[in-house]
Design a protein around this ligand. Structure first.
Ligand SMILES: Cc1cc2nc3c(=O)[nH]c(=O)nc-3n(C[C@H](O)[C@H](O)[C@H](O)COP(=O)(O)OP(=O)(O)OC[C@H]3O[C@@H](n4cnc5c(N)ncnc54)[C@H](O)[C@@H]3O)c2cc1C
Length: 233
């Protein structure tokens, strides 16, 4: 059976950093119900065999208005992100979903450790927003690596949250390549993990970032079932 698709209207276009853009869209026929961390599949009218399907995580939890927030970086020669960069307010998109299991674990009985590179922060930002909308929130450490200082996503928002909420810790890092991001992350993780009670790692980014970190956690004694990962490629 074909997956049900629906149309969404672009309400606004905002640049969050020099190379990351946000679209607020409104699905027209019906509101989309989703869990923080999930993604939608866009059907884009580009490529050699349109539609080109591209997944984008939802950056903001479900809202009464039904608006959805998509945040993406400009991929060099990327057909999908290139098309999204050409969209303007009033344009329409076709999408299906929500999909995905990169969502908050239940029960939440350990400290959550989010480790993300660049737009890998998008689903995590959604989960953090949902968690800290409540007075009681579990301990969370978010390590977010950006490719440059001016490409750190949601930096002010996360800094402010860390000031306001004692159970939220935020560690922003800058590393130009995925390889250097992995090395830097591991050097930061070692003192935070070794000899301490187990945390719940949730890793998001491209495979070149996520897979070596997952292997590192395995070597540190974590079972695959004790971590969650989302890869973008
Ligand atoms: C579950 C899921 C959720 C996703 N959520 C997001 C999101 O919220 N925001 C977002 O920007 N992207 C997200 N992506 C990636 C997105 O679907 C596209 O792959 C990305 O925009 C590149 O598509 P493209 O057609 O422009 O380039 P392509 O030509 O398809 O990509 C070229 C190469 O770029 C690399 N790549 C993939 N994703 C990215 C990326 N985001 N930044 C840099 N390089 C990348 C890969 O190595 C890929 O092989 C998600 C992917 C998945 C599977």
């Amino acid at each position: 059976m074909a997956e049900p698709t629906q149309t969404a209207k672009v309400l606004s276009v905002t640049d969050l950093t020099p190379n990351v853009r946000q679209l607020i869209i409104l699905p027209k026929p019906q509101k989309l119900s989703f869990q923080p961390g999930q993604w939608v599949s866009l059907k884009l009218p580009v490529g050699t065999k349109p539609p080109l399907n591209r997944a984008y995580s939802l950056a903001t939890p479900e809202s009464p208005s039904g608006e959805l927030t998509l945040v993406f970086d400009r991929v060099a020669q990327g057909a999908g992100s290139g098309y999204l960069y050409r969209l303007r307010a009033g344009d329409e998109l076709s999408l299906s979903g929500p999909y995905g299991n990169f969502v908050l674990p239940k029960p939440l009985d350990r400290e959550l450790l989010f480790v993300t590179r660049y737009t890998g922060l998008v689903p995590v930002r959604c989960m953090v927003k949902a968690l800290f909308a409540h007075r009681e929130a579990p301990p969370v450490l978010a390590i977010a690596i950006g490719p440059a200082e001016d490409e750190l996503l949601y930096h002010q928002e996360l800094l402010s949250l860390a000031v306001m909420r004692a159970s939220f810790r935020y560690l922003p890092l800058v590393a130009s390549s995925e390889e250097s991001a992995v090395g830097l992350t591991i050097s930061m993780l070692r003192p935070l993990i070794e000899g301490r009670p187990k945390v719940l790692p949730m890793l998001c980014g491209t495979k070149a970032f996520v897979h070596p970190l997952r292997s590192w956690f395995t070597e540190a004694g974590y079972d695959r079932k004790e971590m969650k990962t989302e890869t973008y490629d």
